[in-house]
Design a protein around this ligand. Structure first.
Ligand code: TMP
Ligand code: ZN
Length: 404
């Protein structure tokens, strides 16, 4: 396999095994025709990008029934409001500013710009979420972004001051063409701002569940510089974010002479310490992942030997990697409570654990809850104090598998 960024020959350093589509919550009648592929993370020693070898066709992952609506999270609404204020105050340089978001979902971010009375455009390939954005007056087109589409946007709207994306860039296999398109779309002072789950956090936390079909890349500063500098986009600042268990926001400019922030220098030093540019780091990571799996199975077996009941909490995309890699099915977990209607009454991808309406949480009896949304632990443990106070225990694989 050749690297998607630089065409260098790369090889996988571990397998996470036979994997279904992470968000394909399905009905019983669809079990027999469920699609599986092999989840193989790999690292390119030339451009430092961490990528998965095989990715299912995008149409299988992002379609009419795509389960993810950004607006459902209050924290994310605030997160994007803060970013839009920062953009308005720092990066709108022209008289009639224009902002484009790639993967604009239901308009959670661009909605803020309606108040600022500036031109905006959302590019969103999933029709059902884009329709919600349109209903909210967020100008959106249902398309995959590409260099071709960039040309059409420039012809129709002119060049952009700012291009943004959040949790989207890491989904894009043809990243070179998208980077080229962004470079063509931005004006000469233009800025690209994007954020994605951070590879450094995945390595440190052994949060291997960030690796799933949709995440074709997990970025580091090393890899972002290697990809975007080829297209005249220069990294000048980064911001570490707590979202998604550790994310990085990257600021890149068309201007070569934009001063480099102190934060970028410090974060680069940290990447050097973590050795994110060395294959040995990923070999060590693969050993850590295997130990994490053994420890988790040990915990489950111990609990089952005591005849205690375990349920899951939050049917996240990440949970698909954990459940399938660790081979955890209904023999261990009776059901998973989840708040998203489109997942409820269906079964989890691959292991076919029933998804139960969160509204029924209090009518079930259980001793342990597996926290699949570990990145929201503080909020969840607070919300479910009652369970803990009556002697209930949480299980989580981040930090390293343990009972809490
Ligand atoms: P995601 O991590 O793939 O975006 O999925 C998040 C899922 O977790 C979504 O279906 C909603 C569910 N969830 C809960 O059911 N309860 C919670 O407290 C949280 C944080 C998420
Ligand atoms: Zn490469």
């Amino acid at each position: 396999m050749n690297c998607r960024v630089c065409s260098n020959k790369i090889s996988e350093f571990m397998t996470l095994g036979r994997m279904p589509i992470a968000n394909n919550f399905l009905e019983k009648k669809d079990f027999a025709k469920e699609y599986f592929f092999e989840l193989l993370p790999a690292f390119c020693e030339k451009c430092y990008s961490f990528q998965i070898i095989e990715q299912p066709d995008p149409s299988m992952m992002f379609h009419e029934n795509y389960a993810f609506f950004s607006q459902t999270s209050k924290n994310m609404i605030l997160h994007f409001k803060k970013l839009s204020d920062k953009i308005k105050n720092n990066f709108f340089t022209s008289d009639n500013p224009f902002i484009v978001e790639l993967g604009s979902n239901d308009g959670i971010f661009l909605k803020n710009f309606l108040n600022y009375k500036c031109n905006h455009l959302g590019v969103e390939p999933s029709k059902n979420v884009a329709e919600v954005a349109l209903q909210n007056n967020v100008n959106s087109i249902v398309e995959y972004f590409s260099s071709n589409l960039a040309k059409k946007i420039v012809n129709k709207y002119g060049k952009a001051d700012v291009v943004t994306s959040a949790n989207v860039m890491c989904h894009i296999p043809n990243i070179n063409d998208v980077a080229l398109g962004i470079s063509e779309l931005l004006n000469e002072n233009g800025v690209l701002i994007f954020e994605d789950p951070y590879l450094g956090s995945v390595i440190e936390k052994i949060s291997y569940d960030q690796i799933y079909d949709e995440h074709v890349f997990l970025f580091s500063i090393y890899s972002v510089e290697a990809i975007f500098s080829k297209f005249g986009l220069h990294l000048f600042d980064v911001e570490f974010l707590q979202t998604h268990g550790g994310s990085m926001r990257y600021y890149l400019s068309k201007r070569k002479n934009t001063p480099i922030s102190k934060n970028l220098l410090l974060s680069k030093e940290n990447e050097n310490k973590l050795k994110l540019n060395k294959i040995e780091t990923y070999i060590k990571f693969s050993e850590n992942v295997k130990s994490s799996k053994s420890k988790l199975i040990e915990i489950f077996d111990e609990i089952k030997n005591k005849n205690k009941l375990i349920y899951g909490y939050a049917a996240t995309s990440k949970s698909t990697t954990v459940l399938n890699y660790c081979n955890i099915g209904t023999d261990y977990i009776e059901g998973i409570f989840d708040t998203t209607p489109i997942k409820q009454k269906k079964f989890s991808p691959g292991k076919h654990i029933p998804i139960i309406e969160y509204e029924k949480f209090n009518s079930y009896d259980f001793d342990y809850l597996y926290n699949f949304a570990w990145n929201h632990s503080t909020e969840i443990y607070e919300n479910e104090k009652e369970f803990y106070n009556r002697g209930g225990k949480w299980i989580s694989h981040v930090p390293f598998p343990k009972i809490i």
